[in-house]
Design a binder for this molecule. Sequence first.
Ligand code: URP
Ligand code: ZN
Ligand code: ZN
Length: 520
Amino acid sequence: MTARAFDLVIRNAKVTTASDTYAADIGIVDGCIVQIGRQLGPGAREIDAAGRTVTPGGIDAHCHLDQPMAPPVRLADDFFTGTRSAACGGTTTVIPFAAQRKGGTLRAALDDYHRRAGGRACVDYAFHLIITDPTPSVLRDELPELIGQGYTSYKLYMTYDRLKLDDGQILDVLDVARQHGGMPMIHAENADCITWLTQKLEAAGKIAPRFHALSRPALVEREGAHRAIALSELLDVPVLLVHISGAEAVEQIRAARVRGLNIYAETCPQYLLLTALDLGIDDSYHGARCVCSPPPRDTDSQHAIWQGLADGLFTVVSSDHSPFNLEGPDGKTPGGQEVAFRHIPNGIPGIETRMPLLYSEGVLGGRISANKFVELTATGPARTYGLYPRKGTIAIGSDADLVIWDEREFTLANEHLHHAVDYTPFAGRTLRAWPAMTLLRGATVWDGRDFTGTAGGGAFLRRGLPSIAAIGLRTPARSAWLRDALPRVGAASPVSADPAPDLAPDRAQSPAPPPPAQPA
Ligand code: URP
Ligand code: ZN
Ligand code: ZN
């Protein structure tokens, strides 16, 4: 009798990576891919992919789960329901946000988030930091230490009163990135313009959901993107601009890239598929369901973003899953009231629909190749956020996070989804694909009909430095000037970028740190 060489073999796969498409079997041992080839030996378990496309499991690098909100508002998904939904839509790694409280430490935020995710997450996870209070000790000690410990990305807001930083504070954080690495992410919208426009609209009685889009026009994002790019250029550090929505911001990023600047960009399905009209054509409250920031734009912006996906301008497609219920007092009608647009919780759900929408509209719609789909949903996020090649590809040594795709048409309804939200803004759309199976480190977490994962089945991921930034397009003259002009800050022990999978220090699942001493 032949010995079983593998725990699992996926046979007859159309293996699809960011660079290649080929027919092969995939051999898996201990949750890792150990062999790829024709006619592999037997496995203890076998799955026949029957020639269907097999991609790496998706990485949703921008989602909000169980993030504390000002009462009565509350995110509908916690780490269990949010990651269950992710798994059923083909996503096997999520990177939500741990937000610093003003006056609090980054460590306290992380301890709180580890407590929320530990034992609950059904797919692997890491955290971006949100820095709201860059005090001297955060800049000198905490942030460098945490970068060294594998928290290698941090989001900075230019808008939202409770979160925003001024330009000097953003430069302070970018200066830490210059010395210690990591990927600063910027939410680029001009706060003062938004406040001014909101006041003018309210004074004119224009408070319906649709006026949310008018309070944050594309120009406001364009200005924020331009300023973020200038700040990045000043210190010669990479920056990733999150949730890009408008053609004008796309132009700014394109100009920066043409100049060789180290600027990266993310967009989301809502900016490819929704427009400002989805916020309403009259003053009905129905449009509250699509209120998010930045708001969806117009068809010209949709085209500019599709073009940017196809030609490499964008590195990452995320969901920006920010789930608020339509019904009840804790979501889009805070306290059970229909409110002026400025008080509508910002955000829409999308963690489960991100991959199927992009596969349907992008790949099967003929707008991007299947390889580009993999690059945007898995490989790009892995390289941007220090997870590659453990995550984000199909290669020997990588985790066996895999999606087998079923190409069939159906009309999407919220009842199909596994989040805890009472709607999807994409209901009624014809989808042309959905995962037939999702595997997390070789274990089936979605079998095409049911969620088959477990709470606590997801592992915390300690991350390396981003490889795209480590090999970024530095300008030698400017860098030399910076070395002379600016002293080093803090003392970091930078983690290496993209360790080879078999050398990765975090091959073993890193246990979550002990529970925090104090709830924040
Ligand atoms: O409206 C949105 N996008 N809410 C989530 C918060 C953010 O800025 O990403
Ligand atoms: Zn944002
Ligand atoms: Zn977000």
